[in-house]
Design a protein around this ligand. Sequence first.
Ligand code: DWN
Length: 410
Amino acid sequence: MPKPNSYRVTKCRICKSQNLYHFLDLGTMPIPNGFIQPENLHRKEERFPLGTTTCLDCGLVQLTEVVNSSLMFKNYLYIPSTSRTMLDHFSDVADEVVARFSVGKDDLVIDIGSNDGSLLQFFKANQVRILGIDPAENLVKAANLKGLNSTVGFFTVKLAQTVKKKSGSAKVITATNVLAHIDDLNDVVKGVRELLAKDGVFIIEFPYIVDLIEKTEFDTIYHEHLSYFGLWPLKQLFARHSMRIFDAKRIDIHGGSLRIFVCFQKSTHHSTPRLNRLLNHEKVYAIHIKQTVDEFSKRVSIIKSDLLNLLKKLKKSKKSVVGYGAAAKGNVLLNYCRIGTSLLPYIVDSIPYKQGLYTPGTHIPIYPEKKLTNDQPDYVLILAWNFADEILKKQRRYQKRGGRFILTIP
Ligand code: DWN
């Protein structure tokens, strides 16, 4: 009997408690980056349940079903370097980290989930030694072609031991939008402990659960994101490995994220006042967690009915509407709302890899962005809302000619 491609979560990923409170059910849908070649449209797509549960003991919010990581990350179509917003963000991160922690030319910076080297390139520009680690062979190849030293693999303690032998300890280890994708968090932290220099810093960025709930960013809930982190659950995770969070900063990227700074328990890095402020803010949140997540789920259903009513009304009045940004989050929204080509005939996207493909589950064709100004549809539904500013700036001509944008989240 072949191993199933997913399993049901029965205990908390961090504290192992079984005291879980299930609060959102988005139905079953294909994996969000499972874009389809035209010749494969007739093939059956494997669908997986998509829902969330919160641990009532440590507060971690997580998916109810975990999909096999090899199905999602071995050949990956998410490339941050196609967005000016992301490149500017990564450049700021590298400059801030090099300055704050006096990273010198002999120091090693390792990026876990390095993708195509989008962040590493800015560390390299600061003349420090770099190494990327990513499971996607297609992206590691692209990084190495750009001279951004990267190796293929899922980050595990075993891989960390091999890297340590070859490259030595790292002064800085970064992990931006990757920790939430990993099931065995203990193994990752053990790997970081293996690789991090004694005075080193582990810097993690992830979409922040407080922003997700406050702005009802439910379409960022998908099979790639196993966990939706807050500070308290992570504080517990690191304490178990004699490490501690010493600083945390809320940042705007991806609808609201958190950047946290972690070191060894005995390290000299002092905890910052803003970390304590954030911990206290989260505590207030956690008190009414059941009511908070139930109200969140109600808002999700309202967003769905409002969007469907709007699109049906526009269709009835013969208005044309297309999508912008074939994002994973967009595929969650479209599958949850069951929006197909009858309401959204096509989507435009800047990523060449995605052009000519079809969206998973809803089978909407993806075209280059220039199709928008050629066709001049009446409305554009921005699916990649985290880049709305960049998209609006880029599409001034469409707007000047009377085109209008629809934003459902946040
Ligand atoms: O955690 C993850 C987040 C950070 O990004 C990954 N697991 C997956 C990924 O999610 P996503 O697919 O929603 O990523 P993006 O980068 O938010 O998707 C944006 C999409 O919009 C891309 O396909 C590119 C497209 N785009 C565009 O067509 N024109 C983006 C910009 C900025 C543009 O101007």
